[in-house]
Design a protein. Sequence first.
Lengths: 138, 356
Amino acid sequence: MNTTIIRRCLAAAVGAAIAVGSAGAQADEFTKQDLERWEAQFMQVVQKGRELWTDPKLGKNGVACAQCHPNAANSHPETYPKFQKQIGKVITLPEMINWCIRNPLEGQPLPVDSPEMTALVAYATYERRGVKLEPGKH
Amino acid sequence: MSNNFSRRGFIKAAGSVAAVSTLPVTLVELAFAKAADNFTFAYISDAHIQHIRGTKFVNNWDRGLIRAVAETNLMTPKPDFVMFGGDLAQLATKPELDHGAGMLAKLNAPVRMVMGEHDYYLDLGEYWSKLFGPQHYSFDHKGVHFVVLNSILTHDDWTFNRWPTPEQRMLEMAGLDNPNGSPFMVGEKQREWLKQDLAKVKMDTPVVVFSHSPIQKIYKGWNFWTDDAEEVQALLKPFDKVNVIYGHVHQIQYNQIGNIAFNSVMATAWPWPYPQSYAQAEQYLPKLTIPMNRADPFFERDATGWQMINVNNGRVDLAYNLYNNRSRTVAFDHKRGHPADTQLQDVALEPNRTHF
């Protein structure tokens, strides 16, 4: 270990000691404000997802996801991963969304870890909240 | 049933449409004293022809309508007329309406039109009317009184004052699940016209009403709904046999309210989920309706199609020609006194019919 690393470790240890002393900062504690902030972050992404879901520019032919899936209905996020006939294997929801972008929307697939894909998945899943998980179900 | 079996056979054969001159359509015809009272018409609806740019249109939706027109032209016996149930266009533009009208012009039977919201909210039906004529009207055919309503009107304030441009107004109404939309209605003026129109009709004359939206309340969030449905139903109540046929919902629905039988027709463009598949909403899908199986986008034409409608004894039987799905027939069951699926009505739901 060189001295820089030792110094960093020391600083981290001191920092941790200070944190332990301050109220509400334990790993297993969070405040109402924290919850609100996390939910607001999530709902922002859901909102972005709703915008993309209804956006005629997501694909290339002006067709939007919402044209066939109002309120993301019949996208069934609770059934993924599952076997999807047109792909020929078990896939996750983002892969199915990309199938839709390529085919009915005649567009270019999104990277599955892109913020746009996360937003689309967040919106579809949010609209299906409360429904029990049934992975693999057709 | 052998009937269904042969229908499926010919639909497969119709894949090579050019080689076939006529479709061996056999509709179940009940025997009546006057055979002339029975007749058949075709119903095509919800084509949603969608312009991309220049001469390009969304191919998927084009194919749905082209196929319906080609198959309708092969019907034997020839239909007395063809109804188009509204939403010919997606955003009511001239290129869309012209392209759609061009496809419908290939039908070799008289065509009558119903107004849909996707045809209307750009210029309030002006160009559509130039192409197709009045937005509401009636006619008589072989002893049946037919009424066509424009049921997709809404509050004047929404139509005239709310949106900065006609294009935005059209876009807002085009989003099925858009909370900025507004409920459909027939409206007072048209209801007054309907009252006058029906005043000349005898109570035992069968009445068939064509509308784009259901003249009943199923799910407001997607406008599977007409706000003044009860008022319109009240005008139809005095007649012995009333049938309402509507589009808009892109799925099979049927219902009976008093003397009024309700039947929906399919879209040629794309299917819609049943409202119960939207987990956050309360909806009132009629209990009589046996839903369609879940849409599977593996098939481009899944859960789309058109209808042959047989009128007998003043009631309507709908034979659904579904391009990629098992065909279905929803016929008025005179014993039960309501429309029923001729095969599925009393069959327990198969596992794949519980997942909409």
